[in-house]
Design a protein around this ligand. Structure first.
Ligand SMILES: [Fe+2]
Ligand SMILES: [Fe+2]
Length: 267
């Protein structure tokens, strides 16, 4: 069994120090096998925000996969935005992995933040096919996990429902192939149905969405992150919420794989 802590939307620069401290304590006590940070580490991609985020993650459990979000690309400095969009990010997290593989899971993190769009994000055709090739090369008995910032599915109840650009293309490319679990953030809403779902086709994948971890940009939901347990043929996604100075278990969804197909287990 492997446990992954899925944390996103830290938004340093708009972080709540008490929540940040509580999250660190929770992560340390749960000691996940892998910390997956699904983007938006900063509020405005300012150097001091990256420095604070880097200092924070240096104290958190590792190994870590860290992918950037739309907020991690400089917004106002157009030279930086278009010519060196990820320079500050890469400098802040030189040791962050984009890939983690052991004898149970293979996790790949991809950048979906783009200079041309302020909020939205996109996966490139090249990224899609490189990911597919990578997963084909890993041993068959691993659980294959993708980590990105932008939500691959729209929120089940939100109107409009923006999502990752070329999400359909990604899912189509995995028709008949394996993409067991895809983790994302960005929506700042992960309660209820949004937390985890399976869309059976074209790819048969469990989608896990994390909320705002430590920032005060929480909309209505409060702060949360996910603890993901992966065991061969089973995935559980637990939403942990901040209540009275600590993170506690709020809700969870379990999925099972039968005959190669993921489905939600009714409690
Ligand atoms: Fe965000
Ligand atoms: Fe975002």
């Amino acid at each position: 069994m492997r446990t992954l802590a899925q944390v996103s939307d830290l938004h340093f620069g708009a972080e709540d120090p008490l929540v940040a401290k509580a999250l660190l304590a929770d992560l340390k006590s749960l000691a996940p096998d892998l910390l997956v940070v699904c983007g938006d580490l900063t509020q405005r991609a300012r150097t001091r925000e990256f420095v604070a985020a880097a200092k924070y993650l240096a104290e958190a459990p590792s190994p870590q996969i860290v992918v950037p979000g739309n907020h991690d690309i400089p917004l106002y400095n157009l030279y930086r935005r278009f010519r060196k969009p990820l320079r500050k990010f890469s400098r802040a997290f030189p040791d962050a992995r984009t890939e983690y593989v052991d004898d149970e899971i293979a996790v790949v993190g991809l950048n979906t933040a783009r200079s041309l769009t302020i909020k939205g994000g996109r996966i490139s055709v090249r990224q899609i096919f490189a990911l597919r090739k990578k997963f084909e090369e890993f041993p068959d008995d691993l659980t294959y996990v993708l980590a990105v910032h932008h939500n691959i599915l729209p929120h089940p109840r939100a109107r409009g429902g923006g999502k990752l650009g070329r999400a359909e293309r990604l899912l189509k490319a995995f028709a008949g192939k394996r993409l067991d679990l895809a983790l994302a953030g960005h929506l700042h809403r992960s309660a209820g149905e949004a937390l985890a779902r399976v869309v059976p086709e074209p790819a048969n994948t469990v989608f896990g969405l994390s909320g705002v971890s430590i920032s005060d940009r929480t909309r209505r939901e409060g702060n949360s992150y996910n603890l993901v347990r992966v065991e061969r043929g089973e995935i559980e996604i637990e939403r942990r919420v901040y209540r009275a100075s600590r993170f506690i278990r709020a809700e969870s969804r379990r999925f099972t794989n039968q005959a190669g197909r993921w489905r939600l287990l009714r409690e």
